[in-house]
Structures are given as structure tokens and as C-alpha cells.
Write a protein that binds this ligand. Sequence first.
Ligand code: ASP
Ligand code: MG
Length: 424
Amino acid sequence: MKVFKFGGASVKDAAGVRNVAKILECYKEEKILVIVSAMGKTTNMLEKVAEAFYHKNADVAEQIKPIREYHLAIMNELFSNKNHPVFDTINNVFAELEWATDGEQTKSYDFEYDQIVSIGEVIATRIVSAYLNETGLQNLWLDARDYISTDDTWRNAAVNWELTEKNVQQNLVPLFKEGKTKLAITQGFIGVTSENYTTTLGREGSDFTAAIFAYSLSAKDVTIWKDVPGVLNADPKWFDDTVLLNKISYRDAIELAWFGTSVIHPKTIQPLQNKNIPLYVKSFIEPEKTGTVVSNTENPQQIPSFIYRMNQVLISIMSKDFSFIVEKNLMEIFKSFSEAGIKINIMQNTAISFSASVDDDKYKIPTLISALQKDFKVAYNSGLELITIRHYDQQTIERVTINTEVLLELKSRKTVQLLVKNLG
Ligand code: ASP
Ligand code: MG
């Protein structure tokens, strides 16, 4: 079994959906589970519906309208027969959305968010599946919520691996084994609680879904189809001489993803590594090209990779009375970060201070600072950049620090991280 994942950018319009069909046509002989995300910017639009419904800051119907029009336009291009049942199917999904956003909100915002925002993936897979069937690529539409079992941490649900693997083995594997299908289409990003409520796995979580299914199926490999040729050693936004990494190790991939390479979602690697399943990152624009393979490789390339995280804030915390910052205060400090929902990108401590760089956030950071100020002196410095270089050497460090002031530097054998203020 193979697992393919097509993200929102690959199905953002009718031409994109046709292109997906063209790619799948080349793999007709294989058994494939295809994970599809919401089309284009649908998730962002649905987030507005959730806000309008919960916070009443806008008219819900007004927010739903462009989403319906967007999908209808794509369907009108794909299906010449206006009586095709997919039109009814999608109408029903929108009726459910209207129904879900009609009465009063029941639980928390995060709960309502998951019930609403998950619909983007349902719509996308319904359209893609129907189109593929129409063009001769017979497939089954599967509801990911019949397989991916999670807890009820809304918007960032944790997977119940055991139950998910059991669901997949008992109910999904037989569909392929008994020859019912060679091709199945399902949603990324969504799961279900034991009480049958929909959950989501965190923004951009469809890569992770591909890894969950691959793990549970013990798949042969996973391919993430992207609008870039594979994993590059730097973002072409900052570098004009980027290099494609043909072959990288799981270790490099997880580090690069964690530090902020946006090509692969960081959670994707672990399940694949655990079962030694190779991950291909390939271009849906040039599908014949080899792209990148992430695997348990013996000789990974040692090409320096550069990752930039912009809009960093350096928060410096000092004891008020010149006492040491030791384990006990560090516990308090980490607790404050965790409660504020802030992820630390780089940190350092000295006798009486602790510094951490985090992504800027105009709501979370003031809350954190006022919490910390109860026990500590707090200073902060914003507008910084965090540069991570994997497989660095002195020359690469010099290259990225021209015209900058380095505020913090952290080196391990393979990785250097530099928090800098750009003076240019
Ligand atoms: N549609 C979801 C999002 O945009 C999940 C994904 O694209 O991976 O965040
Ligand atoms: Mg997306």
C-alpha cells in the first residue's frame, strides 16, 4: 500500500483536481490511500465562520457564502452534467454546516471550531472522489473519522494509536485485500473522539494524517505532493542559490521541520521513522522528478540547510533579588510559558537570568510577561530573527550574520542557532 497526500494548494481549483487525477493515472496498478486537505484557503475561510458563530463578530451566512461559491465554481468546471449527484452531496454538507451554525453555541470555541472547520476536508474529498470516479479512476470515499481515533483536545487532538491501528487493520485493510478497491480517498486533518465528536489535529495537520494512516497500514511508502520540487536547503524567499536535498535522514527531517522548515509538518516524521516507512516529497507540478526521500539512510547528504524564523521576541527573565535562577524557578518559568501556550524556540540561562526566544504574538506575550513579572524582572526585545543552520560550518555562519548583531548563539555538533537583530 502507498499513501499519497495532496494539500490545499494542489486542489485549489479545477485544474488542480484534474492534475491530481493525471498523477493518479500513472499509479493505476498500485493500491493507494489518498489523503486530501481542504481546497485552497478554505480552512482560513471556515475559521471566519467559526469566529462569526462563536464570537458573533460577523454574519455567519455572509461568511459561508463565499465558501459555497468557491466550491460550486470548481464543481461547475469539473462536472458538465449539472445533475451529477455530487451537487446534492455538497449541498447536504453545506446544509449541515448551516445547521451546525444555527442555534446557540454549546461548548467551547475550540470545540465549535473543530465541528465547523473540519467540513473543508469533507467537501474537498467528496469533490475529488466524485471527479476521479467520473474520469475512470474508480475509488472509495472514506470518512477518516471511522479510523482516526483521538482524545478531546479540540484543535490539537492527540491520536489514540492503538485504537486507530486496530480500526485501520480491521476495517480499512480488508477493503483493499478483498479487491473492493485499489484506490481510496479520505480527509487529512480530522479525527474523532470516543463520543463521536469531530476533532482536528492542528493547522497543516494533513501531512500528519498521512503518517498516521501509513503507520497503521504499515504502508510501503508515503508521498507528499507539494508545489515545490522537494525539501530545499533554504527558503527561496531568502536565498537564490537553494539546493534540493535528494536524500535526507529521519533525524535531519525532524530537526528541519521542528526548527521551521514549512515543507513537512513536524509531527509527520516520528510515526514513519518508527516503522521505517520512507517519505517522498515530490512536486505535483513536475511529478516525474524524483524530489526528496526521507528515510533511514546511511549516508545522508551533509549540505548546510538554513531555516529562518522571523518576528522573534527575546524574553529575558531575571531574579528580583540577585538570587540564582535554578531548577525550582525554572519550573515556575516553564509553567508560565506552557500555560500561556507559548513555544520556546531557543533558550539559555546564566546564574541569575533565563532568556528565551519565541514567535511574536500580540495576545499571548503580554499575558506571559505579566504572569512572569509577579516573581521576576522581565525585559524583552522584539523584531528579531532566529536563524538555524543544520550541518553548519564557519563560512555559513559568517554568511548569515553579515550586518547583524548576534544576541544569542547555541551550537551543537550538527546545528547552530543564531538569534540576531538585523542591522541592514
Ligand atoms: N486544511 C488544514 C489547514 O489548512 C489542514 C492542512 O492543510 O494540512 O490547516
Ligand atoms: Mg491547508
